[in-house]
Design a protein around this ligand. Structure first.
Ligand SMILES: [Zn+2]
Length: 282
């Protein structure tokens, strides 16, 4: 497939997309930046700081007022263009909070954009208006602690919380499996018409898809419990058994997700850790 990098694609009235040229094992064809609005516009997930992507976004915005530059979270494929786009256009950065910190130290890893500096942070239910229509923040921690989805005219910009091509990576310390499952359950109780994820195709039956994702994670949890119920295992051993034939580039991410499941199970008193090996509690 020839991915349409740098082209403005109108998806429905008031929603358009520009694909950034940052394909990888984690981003699929790249980050999809969305434009919401008609006479005014908001940019959602401006993406990586690539001059040709910023040029394409400026062209897409055209003469319209850019009301807000909004990020779903601060991974490097989502937020680094926010600052440069704000400088070019004068528009404010409004949306997810900056890097979350804990008393024990940063929860960041190399994938985090430490330069992200919002003008205004939205919490669950907060609204930005575009053409008089609300864009509402829907707090969805799990993939990262600061993740927000955005609801607009029956559509949900789902960022990396729900993607259209692969299951979401949930890697501790910032990624949290219990929070991720709770955020899926939160979406399950909404009635959004369609999801526009940052990576992969639009999700046209969101309720069904979210239930499928929740089932998939519960299967994975059962599988991990079964593997360590036989005998104590370390994470690479669990990954080798639970993800046969996995793309080598994704092994570290799979290990992170297994670790996220194990921490969640440990909190629930179902598993225990001895050195690097995990076992089910009797
Ligand atoms: Zn991400």
């Amino acid at each position: 497939m020839d991915a349409p990098y740098g082209k403005l694609e109108q998806l429905e009235p008031g929603i358009a997309r520009v694909l950034a040229h940052n394909p990888s094992a984690f981003t699929y064809y790249g980050t999809q930046t969305y434009l919401a609005g008609e006479s005014e516009v908001a940019v959602i997930d401006p993406g990586p700081d690539l001059p040709e992507h910023l040029n394409a976004l400026e062209q897409a915005i055209g003469g319209r007022k850019l009301v807000a530059i909004m990020c779903t979270h601060t991974h490097r494929d989502h937020s680094p263009a926010a600052g440069p786009l704000s400088e070019r256009t004068g528009a404010p950065i409004i949306g997810c909070g900056p890097l979350a910190l804990e008393s024990v130290g940063p929860r960041a890893d190399a994938a985090f954009d430490g330069d992200y500096a919002p003008d205004r942070v939205l919490t669950d239910g907060d609204i930005v208006e575009v053409d008089g229509n609300p864009i509402m923040a829907v707090a969805t921690p799990g993939h990262t602690s600061n993740h927000l989805c955005y609801s607009y005219r029956g559509a949900l910009f789902s960022g990396d919380h729900v993607m259209g091509w692969s299951t979401t990576v949930v890697v501790p310390p910032d990624g949290d499996m219990a929070a991720y499952m709770a955020s899926l359950d939160k979406l399950r109780q909404r009635d959004d018409r369609i999801y526009y994820p940052a990576h992969g195709r639009a999700v046209e039956k969101p309720g069904q898809y979210v239930r499928h994702l929740m089932g998939h994670r519960m299967q994975r949890e059962k599988q991990i419990l079964k593997l360590i119920g036989d005998h104590a295992r370390n994470i690479p051993d669990i990954v080798a058994n639970a993800y046969p034939g996995l793309d080598l580039r994704l092994i570290a991410a799979a290990g992170g997700s297994v670790y996220a499941h194990l921490l969640d199970l440990q909190r629930r008193g179902l598993v225990e850790q001895q050195e690097d090996r995990w076992t089910a509690t009797a």
